[in-house]
Design a protein around this ligand. Structure first.
Ligand SMILES: Nc1ncnc2c1ncn2[C@@H]1O[C@H](COP(=O)(O)OP(=O)(O)O)[C@@H](O)[C@H]1O
Ligand SMILES: O=P(O)(O)OC[C@H](O)CO
Length: 507
């Protein structure tokens, strides 16, 4: 009997493979970064071949570290950066273009046009997304229009589209030699091409972007159903060196929601990485946001009804800390943001709104740009470091307020994960700014764990979600310390600072 489940986590900056046991504890991992290709201001690309090669390498190395082989794995799941758009030739496996990353803003004009001629409201209602450069549909349209021969190849069914889950699963199951072309509902929902109710590609939405259906993957559940069988089986001559059923696929933020066992309506998690992504489980009900959030599938396990979530996506949080390090050079490592910010008791009147690529949720303003306001001669690097951590927390409060408006849910506790949660001061500020406790689990790798859970549930490695719940345990909790006046005065100032960033760029 196989004792482990594996998970590939293909993220924005790196790819890792992790092995978990039945208790959800980590057995082994290996991780490799890949190049961020930045050909022009606002453009962000990844090399698909590099991502496939790095994935193969991390799988082989992690299996070696754990001294296990394919036969020890009951199943494998894939979780991935969402929206990042891959197009390749099914006959050769050759990419038609570099992958266009979720942060890339080259499709500004495509996104703006959608709202000028009324298509935007149809997308909002049917796909649950506000038209924005963030999502895959516009990126795919750009490739079809700009890459020689792409549209003809797509119409012939020779050019395939996918997010990185689909690209990797296709390779793992044989590539040009019979590779399986599938994705799951959570990834498909990030394209502006999927109908949230039917959970299928929608012809009218495909027409908006001129996308031929022939190039699209089959949309499957997130945890393979018994009737449908595994999404595919790893080929024996691939990185696993044997046949393992691939039975879980989840976009990374949905995977973290599963890894944090947010299975009941009203439960939420916030992941703090390059950006922040807060998801609130709304059960089987589709809640259409009036407050600037996304409506998205959270997961669909087997033949069960799809469970939905409201999502607040924030583009710049941990990457603002990287900016302090790489562009300003005021810290030498991300962790130093905490010691520097601790040199002062408060922000000294400084507010930093890191709207580097406009503002995502709940504002969706591509005309915004970053601003540091409230400066006086008194201020130092330490105030700026503190303001950066506060910005992470205030952006999350904006999203939490929108969630309350849309769902009526008042958070009782916020479950957190991701790189920034290593910053204890930032988590304390988060509890203060929200006025609710913040809780971090023992296993911080909730994204990979969620994908492992989806894969393991499918093959009976875990019986049900109750068994998964029992694996979750709190590591650290931060309790609010600010009084109501301090909290609301700080937040009012933040809202004022946000206003200063708007209407800066002529889109
Ligand atoms: N101690 C820290 N304080 C503040 N930010 C941190 C700290 N450690 C890491 N980070 C930030 O966390 C981010 C990386 O987190 P991670 O969860 O690995 O993100 P991703 O999955 O988006 O690559 C980076 O943007 C980094 O700046
Ligand atoms: O790879 P991450 O963790 O930066 O997550 C990226 C998100 O999926 C973008 O929507």
């Amino acid at each position: 009997m196989a004792e482990y489940v594996g998970a590939i986590d293909q993220g924005t900056t790196s790819t890792r493979f992790m092995v978990f046991d039945h208790a959800g504890a980590e057995v082994a991992r290996h991780q490799l970064e890949h190049e961020q290709v930045l050909p022009r201001a606002g453009w962000v690309e990844h090399n698909p071949v590099e991502i496939w090669e790095r994935t193969s390498a991390v799988v082989q190395t992690a299996l070696g570290k754990a001294r296990i082989d394919a036969g020890d794995l009951a199943a494998v799941g894939i979780t991935n950066q969402r929206e990042t758009t891959f197009v390749w030739d099914r006959r050769t496996g050759r990419p038609l273009h570099n992958a266009i990353v979720w942060q890339d803003t080259r499709t500004d004009a495509i996104a703006a046009a959608l709202d000028r001629d009324g298509r935007g409201d149809t997308i909002r209602h049917r796909a649950g997304l506000p038209p924005a450069t963030y999502f895959a549909g516009g990126k795919l349209q750009w490739i079809l229009e700009q890459v020689d021969g792409a549209r003809k190849a797509a119409e012939r069914g020779d050019a395939l589209f996918g997010t990185s889950d689909t690209w990797l699963l296709w390779h793992l199951t044989g590539g040009p030699d019979g590779g399986v072309h599938v994705t799951d509902v959570t990834n498909a929902s990030r394209t502006m091409l999927m109908d949230l109710e039917t959970l299928d590609w929608d012809d009218e939405l495909l027409g908006f972007f001129g996308v031929p259906r022939e190039m699209l993957p089959q949309i499957r559940e997130s945890s393979a159903s018994e009737s449908g069988g595994p999404f595919g089986v790893t080929r024996a001559n691939g990185p696993f060196g044997g046949e393992v059923p691939l039975t879980g696929i989840l976009g990374d933020q949905q995977a973290a929601t599963v890894g944090q066992v947010c299975f009941a309506p009203g439960e939420a998690k916030n992941t703090y990485g390059t950006g922040n992504f807060m998801l609130l489980n709304t059960g089987t009900e589709i809640v259409r946001s009036k407050a600037g959030l996304l409506t998205t599938p959270a997961y669909r396990f087997g033949d069960e009804h799809c469970v939905y979530a409201l999502e607040g996506s924030i583009a710049v949080t941990g990457s603002a800390v990287q900016w302090l390090r790489d562009q300003l050079g005021i810290i030498s490592g991300a962790a130093e943001s905490e010691s520097l910010a601790r040199q002062v008791d408060d922000n000294g009147g400084v507010y930093f709104v890191p709207a580097f690529s406009g503002l995502f949720a709940p504002y969706w303003r591509s005309d915004a740009r970053g601003a540091i306001v409230g400066l006086s001669r008194f201020n130092t690097n330490a105030h700026l470091a503190r303001a950066t951590l506060e910005a992470i927390c205030y952006q999350s409060r904006d999203v939490a307020e929108a969630m309350c408006q849309d769902s009526g849910v008042q958070l009782e506790v916020l479950k957190v994960d991701g790189g920034v949660t290593l910053n204890s001061l930032c988590m304390q500020i988060q509890a203060d700014v929200l006025g609710v406790p913040v809780s971090r689990p023992v296993v911080p790798e909730t994204t990979a764990l969620g994908a492992a859970y989806a894969a393991g549930l499918s093959v009976g490695f875990w019986r049900d979600t109750d068994e998964l719940r029992a694996n979750w345990a709190e590591d650290t909790r931060w309790e609010p310390t600010w009084d109501e006046t301090q909290r609301e005065e700080g937040y009012a100032r933040w809202k004022k600072a946000v206003q200063r960033t708007l209407d800066w760029v002529d889109v």
